[in-house]
Each structure stands twice: as C-alpha cells, then as structure tokens.
Design a protein around this ligand. Structure first.
Ligand SMILES: NC(=O)c1ccc[n+]([C@@H]2O[C@H](COP(=O)([O-])OP(=O)(O)OC[C@H]3O[C@@H](n4cnc5c(N)ncnc54)[C@H](O)[C@@H]3O)[C@@H](O)[C@H]2O)c1
Length: 324
C-alpha cells in the first residue's frame, strides 16, 4: 500500500488487518510505503501497529532504487500515495506532478519489472472536470481543471497505458469526495468541524453552490477491496456515495452537528477554476461486483463529528504545526 499512512490508505490498511471490518482479502503480509508528508501520520496506523503482518517503510515513491527494493515479493500494489489537496496544487503544482505522475510511473515500472500480480490505482472523479447535469460513466473523456486533477488524470492514464502497452494487470478506481475519521484537517469537513469545535469560524467558497457527492471513507475502501479482488484487468470502476450536496447544504449539516449557527460562516472568494459539480454513475461496480455504500450521510457525518470531538489529541497537534 503506497500512502498507507494517509486518510484513505490507512483506513484500507486498518480494514484489511481487522477481522470482520470489510471484505476478507486475507493478506499474509502488508507493506506500507509512505513518505510521511504533512498529511501522512504513523498515528493513523496505531490500531494495527502491533499486527505482525504489517511492515512500514518510510520513503518516497519517486525514489526508483527504494521502490525497486520494496516491490519484489508483493502480489498486489494498491496505490494511494498522492499529493491530494486542490488548494495546495493551485499554490504550487510541482509536488503534484512529481509525486502523482512521476511517482506513479516509478511504481508502474517497478511492478512491470518484478511481475507484480495486480496494480490497483486509486483515482478520483475530479479527472472528469465538472458536469452540469447527469452523471459520468467510466467511458467519459477526462477533462481535468485543477493542477491536482490534471496530475491525477496523468497518473490514471499512465496506469491504463501500462495495461494496454505491457499487458499489466491494472485496475483503476475513480471515487467521489470522501469523509470520515483520520482526515487531515485541511479538507472541508474536518476543517469545518475542528474550527467549529474550537469556537472559530469557517470559510465558505463563493456562493456555496458547488455540488459534491459524499462517500464515507470506509465505503470507498470496501469498493477498492472488491475491485482489487474481482475487478477485471484494464477496467475503470467508479466508487460513489450517491449523496450530492451543495457546499452550503453541507455547511448547514456541520453547523447543526456542532451546535453552531450561520454567524460562524465567513464567505470567501471562490477557489480559482472551482469545478461546479461532480457526479458519478456507480452502476458498473454495483452490477459487476455487488458494491453498495452502507453508511448513510446522516449517520456517517454524526460519527465523524463525534470522532473529532473525542480525538482532539490526534488533530490539535496537526493544526498547531507550522504549515508545510
Ligand atoms: N480524499 C478524497 O476525497 C479522495 C477522493 C478520491 C480519490 N482520492 C485519492 O485517494 C488517494 C488517497 O487520498 P487521501 O485523501 O488519503 O490523501 P492524504 O493526503 O490523506 O494521504 C496521502 C498519503 O500519501 C503519502 N505520500 C504523499 N507523497 C508521497 C510520496 N512521494 N511517496 C510516498 N508517500 C507519499 C502521504 O504521506 C500520505 O500518507 C489519493 O491518490 C487521492 O487522489 C481521494
């Protein structure tokens, strides 16, 4: 698992190593390769840290010698590692192109060289750009708008190219917006929740009308496990939640979950190039692999807010640390 100390990767590792937590893929060993950037955190793996099947390698997916030494002996690579925050990509795109594009190519080359059985590439709905009405299917043309999504589109297409060119067993997942525990408090839900729990204000972009489809991180990981286990080589699978909300609607839900009112909301200038709406069709993964999200937004959000309330020791140091 690359990026297994991040938000989604760590959920995947915890799920795989915890009996009954998700689809049983029965891994005999799991290696996490993670650079521990600002969003990577060993504490995210604390619940499974003592599992003898888990090995942690601190390192960069862009380092060919390191990757070449770690990859042999693994049946599957699940590739989560990425620079993942759109606002950071607007401020500076270099680490996005380096990690997301060059890092992915470095991993693909190593997987090809060492004959890794399967390469699961974790991608995003943002590669499609923005859709005014209806929902994207997996055949839709990619039209990314931010440096983040453009770098993810590059890596997504590279992964598919290694299947077509070299016959590698590659599967790609494209998922909608995730929320849940252990999410670094720069993304909208943990940022708003932690600000509100601290008695502060929250910044709402533009008119608040941008629409996102929200999915609990656990449901994303269940979808990835199904694709890892049963997805067809060379195929793309959408993973989504079917719960579309405007940012303003989401803000209202978070305010009421934190017992706060609208006077805590500060309108700010819209994000540059802000995609208006994302919407995925998940018919393919439902029909082929039997996927269905299991956590409804109301209970998932309530549990998430409770987790941030109960785990200040996890997020307070992250918010107090100097920006990097
Ligand atoms: N968060 C979402 O809503 C969402 C939705 C769809 C897809 N995705 C994708 O899922 C993946 C995981 O996202 P996340 O939200 O968990 O991100 P995250 O920022 O929480 O975690 C990223 C992890 O990758 C590691 N990393 C970064 N650069 C690295 C490098 N060069 N070498 C090794 N490790 C490195 C970080 O240390 C961190 O542990 C990403 O590929 C992202 O594009 C995220």
């Amino acid at each position: 698992m690359t990026g297994g100390a991040g938000f989604i990767g760590s959920e995947y590792v915890r799920m795989l190593l915890t009996p009954g937590a998700g689809p049983d893929l029965a891994p005999s060993a799991v290696t996490v390769l993670d650079k521990l950037t600002y969003s990577g955190n060993r504490a995210n793996l604390a619940p499974v840290a003592d599992d003898p099947r888990l090995r942690f390698v601190h390192g960069d997916i862009c380092d060919p010698a390191l990757v070449d030494s770690v990859v042999p002996g693994h049946d599957v690579i699940v590739h989560f590692a990425a620079e993942s925050h759109v606002d950071r990509s607007i401020a500076g795109a270099t680490p996005f192109v380096t990690t997301n594009v060059v890092g992915t190519q470095t991993l693909l080359d190593a997987a090809l060289r060492h004959g890794t059985g399967r390469f699961v590439h974790v991608s995003t709905d943002e590669v499609y750009g923005s859709i005014a009405a209806g929902s994207w299917t997996e055949e839709w043309a990619l039209a990314p708008n931010s440096p983040y999504s453009a770098s993810k589109a590059g890596s997504d297409l590279l992964a598919l190219a290694y299947h077509r060119t070299h016959g590698m067993d590659v599967v790609v997942t494209r998922c909608s917006n995730n929320y849940g525990h252990y999410q670094y408090p720069e993304k909208v839900i943990p940022l708003f929740v932690t600000n509100l729990l601290d008695g502060g204000t929250v910044p709402l972009y533009g008119d608040g009308g941008n629409i996102r489809d929200w999915l609990h991180v656990h449901d994303h990981c269940v979808g990835i496990a199904l694709v890892q286990d049963k997805g067809r080589a060379g195929e793309v699978y959408h993973i989504g939640g079917g719960t579309e909300l405007t940012n303003k609607e989401l803000t209202g839900l978070l305010l009421s979950a934190c017992d706060a009112s609208w006077d805590r909301v500060v309108p700010v200038a819209d994000r540059k190039g802000h995609d208006r709406r994302y919407s995925l069709s998940i018919a393919k993964i439902q029909n082929e692999l039997g996927y269905a999200p299991s956590i409804d937004l109301a209970s998932g959000l309530a549990a998430t807010v409770d987790w941030y309330r109960a785990n200040r020791a996890w997020w307070e140091p992250l918010k107090a640390a100097p920006a990097r």
